[in-house]
Ligand binder design. Structure first.
Ligand code: MN
Length: 342
């Protein structure tokens, strides 16, 4: 995007927000690093602090890395009390657009985003750059254009935001994202980034590891493990990431029962023939929500729906069936002739 337009947008944005205005920044549910970093960047751009410009989301942040980021970078996101948003003079949103919230917001004044598929003209201030890999890129351009000081904390947050939305500059990345990344690079704190990348594991993970790892096997590139009942979703995710590190592993499927669902995390290195996202969708799309990217995917299936198609929800039966399904998927991906029955 050309620099004069960015300059114009910053001017427009600052003119819109009066000195004494209270501004709420609202994020999508379970906000991601792009959303959180963009929110603190907007606050900096408007010369505000967390009292005058709090950040809200209707549902809390759950991913462990994102929670670590919040903690280390001291980003607070809270759920608005009923009617609380009505008391603000301006409502801003970053990395999301008004229709997402249906009728939960009294107003939308400022919208900065990069997601496609929404109508325009829903807020007095809009800057939607659909080509961009991250909203944090737009925010970095604003800060640079305005000559704002970018603190170490803010640079670290924005860099992490761009990196995670673009899968380390490998997906949907544009020249603008790379330029923003290069600008932030010397300003960020790498020790913090490392800590965010490797979140602390819950101690309960040690017990799960001890119980499960002795039955881990790599069969023709596949590791399939069913954990049985788990207390937290992230145990499944961490276990899947962990198993991908062993030699000769091409595909990992880790499942667990959580409340009334079967949750399955799927991982690949993203370089072989098999796609985690496509596989999850093909195997479970009809009985649950399933999908993701080439290297990571998730399926959530109501146990009742599993029972209806697969028969038993006993742990042993689930374990056996998942091994079978994923083994066939991997064999099919590595030998397309076999899948076509040729
Ligand atoms: Mn984003």
């Amino acid at each position: 995007m050309d620099q004069s337009l960015t300059k114009q947008k910053v001017k427009e944005l600052r003119a819109m927000v009066g000195e004494g205005d209270r501004v709420a920044i609202v994020l999508q549910d379970d906000a991601d690093p792009d959303a959180m970093s963009s929110a603190i960047a907007l606050r900096t751009l408007l010369g505000r602090n967390k009292q005058t410009t709090p950040i809200y989301a209707f549902k809390p942040v759950t991913r462990p890395e994102n929670r670590t980021m919040m903690h280390l970078l001291e980003i607070e996101v809270s759920a608005p009390a009923p009617g609380e948003l009505e008391s603000f003079d301006k409502i801003a949103m970053v990395d999301v657009e008004p229709p997402y919230f249906e009728n939960k917001l009294p107003r939308a004044d400022i919208v900065i985003d990069h997601h496609p598929g929404y109508p325009t003209g829903l807020a007095p201030f809009e800057d939607i750059r659909v080509g961009y890999g991250a909203t944090a890129t737009i925010m970095t351009e604003y800060l640079v254009s305005a000559g704002e000081h970018i603190s170490e904390r803010l640079a670290t947050a924005l860099m992490y935001g761009i990196r995670s939305d673009t899968l380390a500059l490998s997906r949907r990345v544009t020249e603008a994202d790379i330029q923003a990344f290069i600008h932030l690079y010397p300003l960020a704190n790498y020790n913090l980034l490392r800590l965010i990348d490797r979140p602390e594991l819950p101690v309960s993970f040690a017990r799960v590891l001890a119980r499960v790892m002795r039955r881990m096997e790599v069969r023709k590139g596949l590791v399939a493990i069913h954990l049985g009942g788990v207390e937290r979703d992230d145990i499944i995710v961490q276990m899947a990431d962990f198993c991908l590190q062993f030699e000769e592993v091409e595909l990992v499927a880790v499942s667990g029962k959580l409340e009334n669902n079967l949750v399955i995390a799927v991982r690949t290195h993203g370089v072989g023939r098999i796609s985690a996202g496509d596989t999850a969708k093909r195997l479970f799309g009809e009985i649950g929500s399933a999908g993701g990217h080439r290297n990571m995917a998730k399926a959530v299936i109501a146990l009742a729906a599993w029972r209806k198609r697969e028969g038993s929800t006993r742990d042993q039966a689930i374990a056996a069936r998942l091994s079978e399904l994923f083994a066939a998927a991997l064999a099919g991906a590595n030998d397309p002739a076999a899948r076509n029955g040729a």
